[in-house]
Design a protein around this ligand. Structure first.
Ligand SMILES: Nc1nc2c(ncn2[C@@H]2O[C@H](COP(=O)(O)OP(=O)(O)O)[C@@H](O)[C@H]2O)c(=O)[nH]1
Ligand SMILES: [Mg+2]
Length: 225
């Protein structure tokens, strides 16, 4: 593992270690919903001492690549998630990041096998502690729907724009344009989420907002909602 990878892993894992140790139990949600969440968490084999972060969004957007990169792996390495422009993540799969964080790779939404309608419920996103919504240049209806549902379920969610290194090659001033277009999608809504720019292929390089994203996710998952 290289030094930059170790630093990135440290950002994700060390900062929260003590806090999570002293706060291992989830706070209760109400009645039936809480029971449903509990049963599903048991079915998925959740470890209550761990926080669970899902990577969701449309197909071929870089979710699996991002998970591999965070774990210091490349496509094709042993234990790495499979990546391709073709739909290749078929089932929800867990990838441990460290002793207190698991990452969950989801099949992309909006394909015949994994239609957008019902994606949030079908993939049981409501049992997660945080949801990273990976997007490219345009927000899709399903991205907005995941965010809306996450907000209703009081699950922290994060919009992450992947492939910014490609956008930067074409236009060094891309940040303002990307952020402006993103903000326009929310102009009629009360919520104003932030957009984090990343390069999933080289997360540890922290050339864009990779470290800020890690810090924001962790701040929001210490106390489980
Ligand atoms: N250049 C570049 N390619 C990427 C990046 N992230 C993903 N890809 C490529 O996009 C394709 C789809 O990625 P994948 O992680 O399988 O997408 P998923 O369906 O969202 O899991 C793969 O060929 C990746 O190598 C990135 O940040 N930069
Ligand atoms: Mg995938």
């Amino acid at each position: 593992m290289g030094i930059t990878q170790s630093i990135m892993l440290g950002t994700w894992c060390i900062a929260t270690y003590a806090l999570l140790k002293s706060n291992p139990k989830p706070s209760p949600k109400d009645g039936q919903r809480q029971r449903q969440i509990k049963i599903l968490r048991e079915l998925y084999g959740f470890d209550y001492a761990k926080r669970n972060i899902a990577f969701a969004g449309t197909s071929g957007i870089g979710k699996s690549t991002m998970i591999n990169s965070l774990r210091g792996l490349k496509e094709g390495d042993e234990g790495a998630a499979k990546c391709d422009y073709d739909e290749c993540t078929m089932e929800v799969a867990r990838y441990p990041l460290c002793s207190h964080i698991d990452l969950w790779d989801l099949p992309g939404a909006g394909t015949v096998r994994h239609p957008s309608a019902g994606y949030f419920d079908d993939k049981h996103l409501f049992i997660m502690d945080a949801i990273v919504i990976v997007v490219r240049n345009r927000l899709s209806e399903i991205d907005m729907e995941i965010a809306r549902r996450a907000r209703n379920e009081r699950i922290p969610y994060f919009f992450v724009r992947n492939l910014v290194e490609e956008a930067k090659k074409k236009d060094p001033e891309m940040r303002q344009k990307i952020v402006k277009r993103f903000e326009e999608s929310f102009k009629d809504l009360q919520v104003k989420p932030k957009l984090y720019l990343v390069n999933a292929h080289a997360f540890s390089d922290n050339a864009f907002d990779e470290k800020v994203l890690a810090e924001e996710v962790l701040k929001n998952i210490v106390y489980r909602k």
